[in-house]
Design a binder for this molecule. Structure first.
Ligand code: FES
Length: 145
C-alpha cells in the first residue's frame, strides 16, 4: 500500500523537533481526522531557509509527508518553498494511496502557514502566498480533494 520512501520517512522522519526562536511557525489541523502539524522555519536575512523542523500529531502518511516536505524546503528560498506543493511532496515519496492524499495537503498548508507567520513578523509580502487555513478540511471541501 505504501511506497518504500513513505515507509522510510515514517520510520525515520527527518527534521523532527522544534526551533527555539523560529522566523516563522505555522500550525494546521484537520478537524475530520484530528491530526495536527506544526512547522518551524529558520530563515536568514537573504530569505534562505536555513533550518526547518516539524512536529506532527497524526497518521503515518502525515508524518511521512511532513518529513519529506521539510527535506524539500531546506536550503531553498522562500519563493522556492512556496512551490513545494502537496503534489511535489507526493511525487518525492513515490505516491500515496488515494485515501491519504489529503494528509499531504496538511504538509503544504503547514509550510504556507509558517511562511505567512514569517512574512507577518517581518512586514513582508510573499507573492503568491494566500492566507492559510487553520483547518485543512475547509480547503479539501473547496477543492474537492
Ligand atoms: Fe489525518 Fe492523515 S488521516 S492527516
Amino acid at each position: 500500500m505504501y511506497s518504500e520512501k513513505v515507509m522510510d520517512h515514517f520510520n525515520h522522519p527527518r527534521n523532527v523537533g522544534e526551533i527555539e526562536h523560529p522566523s516563522g511557525v505555522g500550525t494546521v489541523g484537520n478537524a475530520k481526522c484530528g491530526d495536527i502539524m506544526r512547522m518551524y522555519l529558520d530563515i536568514d536575512e537573504d530569505g534562505i531557509i536555513r533550518d526547518v523542523k516539524f512536529k506532527t500529531f497524526g497518521c503515518g502518511a502525515a508524518v511521512a509527508t511532513s518529513s519529506m516536505a521539510t527535506e524539500l524546503v531546506k536550503g531553498k528560498t522562500v519563493e522556492e518553498a512556496l512551490k513545494v506543493t502537496n503534489k511535489a511532496v507526493m511525487e518525492a515519496l513515490d505516491g500515496l494511496p488515494p485515501v491519504k492524499v489529503h494528509c499531504s495537503l496538511l504538509a503544504e498548508e503547514a509550510i504556507h502557514a509558517a511562511l505567512w507567520d514569517y512574512a507577518a513578523k517581518h512586514h513582508l509580502t510573499i507573492e503568491g502566498l494566500e492566507k492559510p487555513v487553520n483547518d485543512i478540511e475547509e480547503k479539501i471541501q473547496d477543492e474537492e480533494y
